[in-house]
Each structure stands twice: as structure tokens, then as C-alpha cells.
Design a protein around this ligand. Sequence first.
Ligand SMILES: Nc1nc2c(c(=O)[nH]1)N[C@H]1C(S)=C(S)[C@@H](COP(=O)(O)O)O[C@H]1N2
Ligand SMILES: [Mo]
Length: 240
Amino acid sequence: MEQNPIPPRLIKRRRLLQLSGASSIGLLLGGCASADFAEFIGNISEPLNQKMEELLLRPQTPVPEFPVSAIEPKALLVNTYDETPEINPKNYSLIIDGEVQQPLQLSLGDIKKLPPKSMVIRHVCVEGWSAIVQWGGVRLRDLVALAQPKSTARYIYFESADKYLESWDIASALHPQTILAYSKNGEPLSIANGAPLRLASPIKLGYKQSKWVTKITLVNKLGSRRGFWEDQGYEWFGGL
Ligand SMILES: Nc1nc2c(c(=O)[nH]1)N[C@H]1C(S)=C(S)[C@@H](COP(=O)(O)O)O[C@H]1N2
Ligand SMILES: [Mo]
């Protein structure tokens, strides 16, 4: 089966950033230098082999969030490589399938009944920009729990309406600050930013944070496609 030549968590962030050109490191660190930034990006998430039950019952340690006053409403934040798909929120449904006991098809109304989670975090794009953003939505772990994941699930695929694809390790997906967001900076999410639902997480780089998510599939093994950028050489784990 498909194997990563190097365990993803051993790949250093510095190397990852070099993938998008050495200049982006300077830009990234110069453009958004803050006292805690180095510490913030130094945190790698949990080991990949944590058991499903453990992940669901004992949430991983949250990473520090920013105060609302730190939000940068004008910071560059729209980055899409293909067409922007328009999804009618009335017809929209999110599918959760794969290694689950209870495959689900949920409307936006269903999803919004889950407990809301809001957080102010830094979004970091490897192209050399970052922005402190407030995201509001529901925890992915709450949605996955509804579908009753099997213990065989180790990875999770996200399909988007623009054909963007992402895959994550299950531990990062079940992190308490990995959310499916429907609001940004206190307003309904715009289409450009991924409405009706997009991933947001302080533990992953921007390219892991799929916009316009329509389908979530839990799997035991990764397939030959691992992600839009990953299949072109970007590092798979994409941790912050
Ligand atoms: N479906 C989809 N999701 C996507 C992308 C995309 O092109 N399509 N771009 C990614 C990248 S590289 C980044 S940095 C963020 C940008 O999110 P924003 O446009 O809301 O700033 O979305 C990510 N999610
Ligand atoms: Mo990005």
C-alpha cells in the first residue's frame, strides 16, 4: 500500500516551508512576528497511533487561542486555486461515511444543532501570509461521534465542491479545536471563504483547511490520492 517515505511528524517545519520557496520563510516570520509565534508553530499535534476511543473520550490538550481584540479583519484571507463553487444552503447536505457504524447525511440545520464552538486562531498559508481570524462552527469530533466511528478508522478524507481533496490523520481531525466553520469574524461565512462549511484548525497549515466541504470519509488506509497539494509534493501532515 501507499507509504510515506519519512514519518510525517519527523519532517521539520522549516523543510515544509521551503517547499513553497525559501523567501516565504522570511516573509512569514517577518510579516507576522509575535512573541509567541515560534512557540505557537512549534507545537506538533498528538501521535498518530492514539486509539479512537481514547481520542473521543479524552480530548487532546487545546492550543492557546487569541483574544477577540487580536482579530485582523483586513488581513489577506482568500486563497483558492480553482473556481469558487456556489452551494445553495437549502439543498446542501454533508455526507459522513466510510469506517463508521452509522453513515450520515446531514443538513445545515442538523449541523447547527450541535454545540457551537468559536475560536480566534492564526491561519497560516505556506505562500507566506497569515491572519488572525475568528471562526465559529461545530467541532468535527462531535460530528464524527454522531456517525459512530469504527476503531479501524485512522485517516479522514474531505471532499469539496470545487473537487479539492484533503486527508488528515484522525487524531488531528478529532482535536477539540478542529471545527467545521460556518462563521468568520462574527459574520456568516462568505462563499469565497468556504460557505456553507469549511475546516478550521489551529494545528494545521492553510492548505489542510478545506473550504466547501461536502463529504467526509473515514478510512483505514490512505489511497493513491492524498490531497490537492500533497499530490504535487506538499508535506502531508501539514502541522503547525
Ligand atoms: N476547497 C478548497 N479549499 C481550500 C483551498 C482551495 O483551493 N479549495 N485552498 C486552501 C489554502 S492553500 C488556504 S491558505 C486556505 C485559504 O482560505 P481562505 O481563502 O478562506 O483564506 O484555504 C484552503 N482550502
Ligand atoms: Mo494556502
